[in-house]
Design a protein. Structure first.
Length: 359
């Protein structure tokens, strides 16, 4: 009988943020607590009070077309993540784009096939026919990991070729800022528990170890031991009380997702050493996060460290979940994390919640 291992190795990653144009730069800045928040230029907003934001360092002319700007951010992070694949290798791309209700110029009214074609043309990399575009927000990265696992298990994609998951986003467009302001979600003089809008891109490359014979078992019954940081378990949940509603979440969806991920990984909650996530500091997020901690992490601890990339890079929308995964993996890989096991908790503005356990 063939042994099926659901573990996925993290083969590479890339990022572009306000504090770094590469993943190592970004992770180092986040580790050091560096932030790059500054007033947004006056033409962006009509308000007298300047809104604080986190911009990627770039020539302003590159931002003239919001769609092209996100495409270029995605292309840069994607190439850092996967480089130029070997001849004939076509990784599957699971690309997160802004949610439909935001009507972003990058993806509004554009078919999935056209979006993939544009990115292929930009980076010069051919992606597998099973590549997809996801429009379910930041927690879509957990959904994408589930798709990647299925593609690897069915051998639709070879383990060494793998799947690339990620996206790019910016909440610095005037229409996005106005929507956040109307929801009283922006950090400012009248809201001390708000988010700092930002922009960026993040991608992670996952795959499988090449199967090799071990001991005296038949080759088809053996699996190479995974090396490096791996995705061990994933879980999804659906929250009824979203940030767009009037009620606050009490963490039920995150608790459900954590239970599922822990069972999937066969790693008890007590072994989780730290949490990373796309927590952005707004009131709703703090409420949900606090309740999720109390409900989900029942083992007594002196403390449970939390890594908040948004404290350095701002809220970067659909790219925030992948960035949290990248930061957690880099910390474990670099041996400066609080432990070797992390839970990456990600929420979308809609109902979707996800937890990824990495070790």
């Amino acid at each position: 009988m063939m042994v099926i291992d659901s573990t996925m190795q993290i083969l590479g990653y890339g990022a572009v943020t306000a504090v770094g144009l590469t993943a190592p730069q970004t992770c180092a800045a986040i580790r050091a607590g560096i932030k790059r928040f500054a007033p947004i230029e006056a033409p962006i907003l009509d308000d007298e009070e300047a809104q604080i934001g986190a911009r990627v360092s770039a020539d302003p002319r590159l931002r003239a077309d919001p769609g092209e700007w996100l495409l270029n951010l995605a292309g840069r992070a994607l190439l850092e993540c996967v480089g130029k694949p070997a001849a004939g290798a076509e990784p599957a791309l699971l690309w997160l784009v802004p949610e439909p209700e935001r009507a972003h110029p990058l993806s509004a009214g554009v078919s999935d096939s056209e979006l993939l074609r544009r990115l292929e043309a930009l980076v010069g990399v051919r992606f597998a026919p099973c590549s997809r575009v996801l429009r379910s927000g930041a927690a879509g990265c957990v959904e994408a990991l589930g798709i990647a696992r299925e593609l690897l298990e069915t051998q639709a994609i070879a383990g060494e070729v793998g799947c690339v998951i990620g996206g790019a986003d910016s909440l610095l467009r005037k229409v996005d800022l106005q929507a956040l302001a109307q929801g009283d979600r922006l950090l400012g003089p009248k809201q001390s528990q708000g988010l700092v809008p930002g922009e960026g891109a993040a991608f992670v490359w996952v795959g499988r170890a090449v199967r090799t014979p071990q001991s005296d078992l038949p080759a088809e019954e053996t699996v190479a031991a995974p090396e490096g940081v791996c995705v061990r378990g994933i879980g999804l949940g659906y929250e009824r009380a979203t940030v767009r509603g009037t009620a606050y979440s009490v963490g039920e969806a995150f608790t459900s997702a954590l239970t599922t991920a822990s069972q999937d990984a066969d790693i008890p909650e007590s072994e989780i050493a730290f949490i990373a996530g796309n927590f952005n500091g707004e009131r709703y997020d703090a409420w949900e996060h606090t309740h999720a901690l109390l409900r989900g992490y029942r083992t007594p601890r002196e403390r449970l460290p939390v890594v908040w990339p948004s404290a350095s890079v701002g809220e970067i929308g659909v790219a925030a979940g992948v960035l949290a995964l990248v930061v957690a993996a880099a910390a474990i890989e670099g041996d400066y994390a609080a432990g070797d096991t992390a839970a990456v908790q990600v929420r979308s503005d809609g109902e979707l919640r996800g937890v990824v356990i990495v070790r």
